[in-house]
Design a protein around this ligand. Structure first.
Ligand code: KE4
Length: 427
């Protein structure tokens, strides 16, 4: 494949954008190459500056459950834009999106729209601290919650990919206020609460982590967290920025029957435009300004374009069979890859929840962050490039998730599997 235009653009980008990108994971550093530059997307595919077209399993890191440039999103945003891009004044669309989100997620009685997943998680832990009047936050090693100071401690996704799970620039006092435990380890959580439960405002985690690859919660784990946090008067926060509206319309609460006190959302609820949200019971949310004293604000929160895209996406996604179709595409891909790896004699460990999945180059089960980091990242890199050169784009890191959309038909999945057969023969 010719990448000369993307290479020229990347060289130009580095003169003004740090690392040539506006988010580190896009830099392809983990896979030792330069990124391609996108020019357009259509359905399941994205096209780069050299007119190479790829089947896209990153889908803007999760938001594009309807694929690229879906007509319902396109038309909704254009209609909103005709009336103006932003008001900073309440609009009806914010009510509609809030009601749509709450109609699917039982634990949400009140919601606040923000502009990113980071804003959602940052605000949720501030709210938890304000409500409980406690300072400590308990997080899970390898979970990523955006670039929030308190949460960039033992974080997954980019921080792990780049070898800085705890970022420089975070005051020691913040790091000391954040405790971490391994995923899928209830005993470690019990110990943390036994020792400091009276100081812990909340426990925040991805109920289904997607930032250390995808890891499946063990039977009883999430319920155990619910019981322990309730026993100690701490709030349980499910960060479903990635898993929300991908593992079920009602998220982990629906899939596993465990209700958190707060849930954070993003990605899918914006349909590709900047939207985040956090919500919970009216009793908790009423502590938030302007009803209560915990402050949080945003110039473009609930803006007309983003809410239009979010409403269009969730409305389409809620139609009978749509979410199941997207999950079935991921299942078809995973089953095919499993067969191919087996025939090639290459050890892999696969995980999937809903339409998010991961193929670890690992001969052992991956149950937590430590397990994930024993994966063969060199073999992953060779797989990544082999697939990319054949026109199939997966996340450029072993520590990310893969996604499908409504546009990933059987024919498209089977084309990816044909390429994978060739690539596995080279690994
Ligand atoms: P944003 O601030 O990037 O919208 O959301 C942060 C966030 C919060 N919580 C979870 C569970 C997330 O997965 C994310 C963001 N995910 C990464 C991909 N692993 C976004 C990609 C990027 O950083 O560019």
């Amino acid at each position: 494949m010719n990448h000369s235009n993307s290479t020229d653009l990347f060289n130009k980008a580095q003169n003004i954008l740090v690392g040539g990108v506006n988010s580190p994971v896009r830099a392809f550093k983990a896979v030792g190459s330069n990124p391609f530059f996108a020019t357009s997307g259509q359905g399941a595919t994205v096209t780069d500056a050299d007119n190479n077209t790829y089947t896209d399993y990153v889908l803007s890191w999760g938001p594009l459950v309807l694929g690229h440039a879906h007509p319902v999103v396109h038309d909704a945003v254009h209609a909103a834009l005709d009336n103006g891009a932003s008001f900073g004044i309440p609009t009806e669309a914010e009510i509609t999106l809030g009601e749509l989100i709450a109609s699917h997620i039982n634990c949400i009685e009140k919601v606040r729209l923000v502009n990113s997943g980071t804003e959602a998680t940052m605000s949720a832990i501030r709210l938890a601290r304000g409500v409980t009047k406690r300072d400590l936050v308990l997080k899970v090693e390898g979970c990523y919650h955006g670039h929030v100071d308190s949460l960039l401690v033992n974080a997954g996704s980019g921080p792990t990919t780049f070898g800085t799970p705890t970022s420089p620039g975070i005051p020691a006092s913040f790091v000391e206020s954040t405790l971490t435990v391994p995923y899928n380890d209830l005993e470690a959580v019990r110990e943390a609460f036994t020792e400091r439960g009276h100081e812990i405002s909340c426990m925040i985690l991805e109920p289904v982590p997607g930032n250390m690859g995808v890891i499946v919660p063990e039977e009883g784990y999430l319920q155990g967290l619910r019981d322990i946090t309730k026993e100690h008067g701490s709030l349980l926060i499910f960060d479903e920025v990635m898993s929300g509206f991908r593992i079920a319309m009602g998220g982990a609460e629906e899939r596993y029957g465990v209700s958190p006190d707060l849930i954070t959302l993003g990605k899918v609820i914006g349909g590709g435009l900047p939207v985040g949200a956090y919500g919970g019971s009216a009793e908790i949310m009423q502590h938030l300004s302007p009803e209560g004293p915990v402050y949080q604000a945003g110039t473009l929160s609930g803006n007309p374009l983003a809410t239009a895209a979010g409403i269009a996406t969730l409305t389409e996604l809620a139609k009978p069979g749509v979410l199941q179709q997207i999950e079935a595409a991921q299942t078809r891909l995973g089953a095919g890859l499993g067969e191919i790896a087996k025939e090639a004699g290459i050890p892999i460990y696969q995980t999937q929840v809903g339409s998010m999945a991961c193929m670890f180059f690992n001969q052992n089960p991956v149950k937590n962050y430590q397990d994930a980091t024993t994966s063969d990242t060199e073999r992953f890199t060779n797989y990544f490039h082999g697939m990319l050169e054949r026109g199939h784009y997966f996340a450029p890191s072993q520590y990310e998730a893969g996604f499908t959309s409504i546009a990933h038909t059987d024919e498209i999945i089977d084309g990816t599997l044909d390429a994978a057969k060739e690539v596995f023969a080279t690994l």
